[in-house]
Ligand binder design. Structure first.
Ligand SMILES: [Zn+2]
Length: 438
């Protein structure tokens, strides 16, 4: 199985290189916004005449030389980086028309620019060569795997990174037969990060909450500083550093937890969460964005897939919390404050989240067994009762809902980050007055 894996390294540009990287990042952002703006114009014009149209990849790439004549400083960028911008925007438009995401947004200046270098870059001893920038010092703290393909340069506040995308050939895993013993349900929660049906509890991180006071204080100080002053810039950097810190701690935690899970379990059943809907509930919002379920689910999904294992998402409307996992009775009402599940039918008393995780698991096994039956009837891929989870998933499980499934997960990620932004909006640090695009 060929997969794409990214390897991220920090780079240490000199003063001149830093200037040049900023220029390239800014140019990529400018080009993106410009192409988007012209696309919107084109749409408005064509709408008047006949049928509304858009410029896609080739049209946009062909318009670049003209754009470079108009804005000379675009020549300071590697031409392929700008072409890549056109491809990205084209893809974003396609995704939008296929209802996989919203209409592309203008990029703001937030010191988080990035630009792609598809070719002509290379690695040397202790440096990476970036066209139009030169040999930039790089700390390669771990070896690459597979075949390096493209490079992306990423700005994160005052720091710069490169992400090297490699094509890795994963060994196909032995096919395993479905073992309900290794199938668990997980309930992603507020109080605990996750409660697993085998009675494992993963406590939540509360990183954002812990840092919130510091964030607010730093933000307050920033708002008092004079715009454009060096003190303001210093304060801005402090704020970005806290954000970066929170982000990294959370990411690390998600990698660790998902790594542990993929070694232990064969099938993980979870609810397809409506993160955006929950973020609207302000009481829950901070805890949810703090736990970062969207990112975690993504990590877990690809890690499991690489192992030939499976994450099975069940309908979010399945009433996992309201059903008694012992007798199947269903409560009409259950408030979020009811931490303990008490069944009036059979009298069993259980932790609410644990009860939910058992129900999620049972629903997952029911679905899987149903699908195994279909497979057996059609005599598909069923050698010695074993199944290839990846094929199984692609060909059967998501036949009806594949589009919907992928759509909802990608939307959830986007929604998640925009939800997080909303919460952190009071800690934003861009100077809107200077923004060209809105
Ligand atoms: Zn019961």
């Amino acid at each position: 199985m060929l997969i794409n894996k990214g390897f991220k390294f920090r780079i240490y540009p000199t003063k001149e290189q830093n200037q040049s990287l900023r220029q390239c990042g800014g140019n990529a952002r400018f080009t993106y916004n410009m192409l988007l703006e012209r696309n919107i114009q084109y749409y408005e014009e064509t709408k008047q005449i006949d049928k509304a149209k858009f410029h896609f990849q080739n049209d946009m790439i062909n318009s670049l030389p003209e754009l470079k004549q108009e804005f000379e400083w675009l020549n300071l960028s590697f031409s392929q980086s700008l072409q890549q911008v056109a491809r990205q925007l084209s893809q974003a438009l396609t995704n939008c028309f296929q209802h996989q995401s919203g209409f592309p947004q203008f990029k703001k200046k937030q010191n988080d620019d990035s630009f792609a270098v598809p070719q002509k870059w290379r690695l040397g001893k202790g440096f990476v060569f970036i066209p139009k920038v030169g040999e930039v010092k790089m700390k390669k703290h771990r070896p690459l795997q597979g075949k390096p393909k493209s490079l992306t340069v990423i700005q994160d506040g005052e720091q710069w990174f490169v992400s090297i995308l490699c094509e890795v050939n994963l060994k196909e895993k032995e096919k395993e037969s479905f073992d309900p013993e290794k199938c668990v349900g997980i309930d992603l929660g507020i109080k605990e990060f996750a409660v697993i049906s085998d009675e494992t509890i993963i406590p939540s991180m509360k990183t954002l909450r812990k840092n919130l006071k510091r964030l607010k204080r730093t933000q307050r100080k920033l708002s008092k500083k004079v715009k454009g002053s060096s003190n303001r810039n210093k304060q801005k950097r402090r704020l970005q550093a806290i954000h970066r810190n929170v982000r990294n701690i959370r990411k690390d935690f998600h990698h660790k937890v998902s790594f542990d899970m993929r070694t232990k379990y064969q099938v993980i059943v979870m609810e397809d969460l409506n993160i955006q809907g929950m973020l609207k509930n302000h009481k829950l919002a901070l805890s949810i964005s703090d736990s970062g379920w969207g990112q975690f689910t993504r990590f877990l999904q690809y890690k499991m897939e690489w192992e030939g294992k499976m994450v099975l998402k069940i309908d979010r409307w399945y009433a996992s919390s309201k059903i008694c996992s012992e007798c199947g009775a269903k409560k009409v009402e259950l408030s979020l404050n009811d931490r303990v599940y008490i069944c009036e039918e059979c009298g069993c008393v259980m932790d609410r989240d644990f009860n939910a995780s058992l129900n999620i698991r049972a629903e997952g096994i029911r679905l899987l067994e149903e699908m195994l039956k279909i497979l057996a009837e059609e005599n598909l891929e069923l050698e010695n009762g074993s199944i290839d989870f990846n094929n199984y998933r692609k060909e059967n499980l998501l036949v009806d809902s594949e589009e919907g499934e992928e759509q909802s997960s990608s939307v959830a990620c986007g929604e998640f980050s925009s939800g997080l932004e909303e919460i952190l909006s009071e800690t934003k640090f861009d100077e809107s007055g200077k923004r060209r695009f809105r």
